[in-house]
Design a protein around this ligand. Structure first.
Ligand code: GTP
Ligand code: MG
Length: 284
């Protein structure tokens, strides 16, 4: 659709506890794999604006890092991404996991919601119907404009949410060029795809110790550095005979067909999560 036909445009910021399915929900609403998803907590570490066209509305879904208990510099910066995006948004969407329900963290966030904001129960396919009803009842105590129950995996409730959000964006011209999907620098997106592929292979604590960044970009190759925090973590990421790294490279390249050949390297950067300089370099 050409931009002149856009009659409404706005930002919907998605907030919530970590690991409740915020990024998966955004991808489902946008119909694109535009922001990274993993089973590990604290996957999203920056704001990711996903631009999607719904009829005559340009809807910009803003993914944010989840609320978690960390207190290091990384956690502080993640929190700031969320604050900044929330302030600039036209509407906020509180995502609440169907299994976990509305806990302290949700109630904390809910205090800042406005009456025209919305709440969404996520991952409903993982619980019995009665549980979804229970969580919706918990949420009804917060005065909001609408409540939804969704499953990003099965697509349930996604179309309804998508049209609701589009209908409630303010009138106005488009905010982005019509063909833009994700408003993050291209190199950041490449590093994110590599991190997402890597996260599929890893367990436990290691995911939180990982960071990826593009160190150089030319027609001959794109060098992506994977940082770990301790030397003992290096071999885990590389895998026996380099198998993990090779698989990650292959899968990431398949998703990035127009990007020159990827070259992955693993380096140790002790305590990068606490280092403002490293975090600046990583763009967090
Ligand atoms: N079964 C099921 N799993 C889901 C659904 N939505 C998300 N998930 C899974 O839940 C996990 C967390 O999803 P994310 O979208 O990364 O969660 P998030 O809230 O963005 O997490 P952070 O970015 O870490 O704060 C992943 O393993 C997803 O595949 C769903 O509708 N159904
Ligand atoms: Mg996320």
């Amino acid at each position: 659709m050409v931009s002149e036909e856009v009659e409404r445009a706005g930002f919907c910021v998605v907030v919530g506890r970590t690991n409740v399915g915020k990024s998966a929900l955004i991808n489902a609403v946008a119909g694109e794999r535009a922001t990274i998803v993993s089973r590990h907590p604290n996957t999203t570490r920056r704001a990711v604006r996903v631009v999607t066209q719904v009829g005559r509305t340009q809807l910009v879904l803003v993914d944010t890092p989840g609320q978690s208990l960390g207190h290091d510099e990384l956690a502080r910066r993640c929190q700031r991404w969320c604050e900044d995006e929330w302030q600039g948004a036209d509407l906020a969407l509180l995502a609440v996991d169907a299994a976990r329900g509305c806990g302290l963290r949700e109630r904390d966030l809910a205090r800042r919601l406005r009456p025209d904001d919305v709440a969404v129960v996520t991952r409903c396919d993982l619980v019995p119907r009665a549980r979804v009803v229970e969580v919706l009842a918990q949420l009804a105590a917060i005065p909001l404009a609408a409540y939804f129950a969704t499953s990003a995996h099965r697509g349930e409730g996604v179309a309804e949410l998508r049209s609701y959000l589009a209908d409630h964006m303010p009138p106005g011209p488009p905010l982005y060029e019509s063909d833009l999907v994700v408003d993050v620098p291209r190199a950041t997106w490449v590093a994110e795809v590599v991190r997402e592929e890597l996260l599929h292979h890893l367990r436990d604590e290691l995911p939180e110790s990982l960071a990826c960044t593009v160190e150089s970009w030319s027609e001959e190759g794109v060098e992506v550095v994977i940082y770990v925090e301790r030397p003992s973590q290096r071999p885990i990421v590389i895998g026996s005979r380099g198998r993990i790294l090779a698989d990650v490279r292959r899968r990431a390249q398949r998703r990035l067909p127009t990007v020159p050949p990827l070259v992955l390297r693993v380096k140790v950067a002790r305590d990068w999560r606490r280092s403002p300089r490293m975090l600046d370099d990583l763009g967090v």
